[in-house]
Design a binder for this molecule. Structure first.
Ligand code: DGL
Length: 265
């Protein structure tokens, strides 16, 4: 059986690619809901509805374990998926999100932390990062900034407009004295070096964190790992294809990949 990786669109390819490089032996099925991206400004109800459809698709295509690479889906749907969807539909399979491993990585080392989070509006409003960071380190100070313009800029060849927008989003975090910035959105992996150039604080980027956490999870869960097939195959399914998406997929994953259009029900 495969490892499924779900994202609202193609940003998750940055995280999926990093996972595949760290754990190349397994078979992967990536699903990007390009027809309905972005999820970041939608309601919790809608995000959970879309995520449940994605889970059904990936589980019915032989996935044993699904990673919600999408922070917005992780924030708004993971808990409900684990507590309601899985027991009802696929009790022997697993869904993992990216917020808990990211929060763990941000709090490693303990001590007094002042952590800033950049994320979509839905993720910020959900309070998921606040909750998880506090769970890891009750003394941590956490401030969040919603950065709704970053995804559209990255998706529309808007890099040349990025600098002032990014500075504006990061400024309140730096004024708040953060010593770490968590990039709480798939797409922001592409901005990690830009942000590192702009500040001296530690930048936590999910492509650098999630693969090792998944490897650790699999080593602690042989009942799941033993179900995974090892042919090293990769498939990339999306709910809409345009020339722009093909180009974005190349940019996000760093290589030419074949996108296949599918329908979610
Ligand atoms: N994948 C989303 C996330 O990580 C960003 C794009 C969207 O808003 O759907 O939050």
């Amino acid at each position: 059986m495969k490892i499924g990786v779900f994202d609202s669109g193609l940003g998750g390819l940055a995280i999926a690619g990093a996972i595949m490089r760290r754990l190349p032996q397994y078979d992967y099925l990536y699903l990007g809901d390009t027809k309905r991206v972005p999820y970041g400004g939608r309601s919790q109800e809608t995000i959970h509805e879309f995520t449940s459809q994605a889970l059904t698709y990936l589980f019915s295509h032989d996935c044993q374990l699904i990673i919600l690479a999408c922070n917005t889906a992780s924030a708004e749907s993971l808990r409900k998926s684990q507590q309601e969807y899985l027991p009802r539909h696929y009790p022997d399979r697993r869904v993992l999100g990216v917020i808990i491993p990211t929060a763990e990585a941000a709090c490693e080392g303990g001590g007094s932390e002042n952590i800033g989070v950049l994320a979509t509006a839905s993720t910020v409003e959900s309070g998921a990062y606040l909750r998880e960071l506090k769970r890891q380190n009750a003394d941590a100070e956490v401030s969040q900034v919603a950065a709704p313009l970053l995804v559209p800029l990255l998706e529309n060849q808007g890099r040349k407009y990025l600098a002032p927008v990014l500075e504006d989003y990061i400024k309140p975090l730096l004024e708040h004295g953060v010593n770490k910035i968590v990039l709480g959105c798939t797409h922001y992996c592409l901005l990690k070096e830009d942000i590192r150039e702009m500040t001296t604080v530690k930048v936590i980027s999910q492509d650098e964190v999630v693969p090792a956490k998944l490897a650790d999870y699999l080593s602690r869960h042989p009942e799941i790992e033993s179900q995974l097939s090892r042919r090293g195959s990769r498939e990339y399914h999306v709910t809409d294809i345009t020339n722009g998406y093909q180009q974005l997929a190349r940019e996000m994953s760093g290589e030419a990949i074949e996108l296949i259009k599918v329908v979610l029900t």
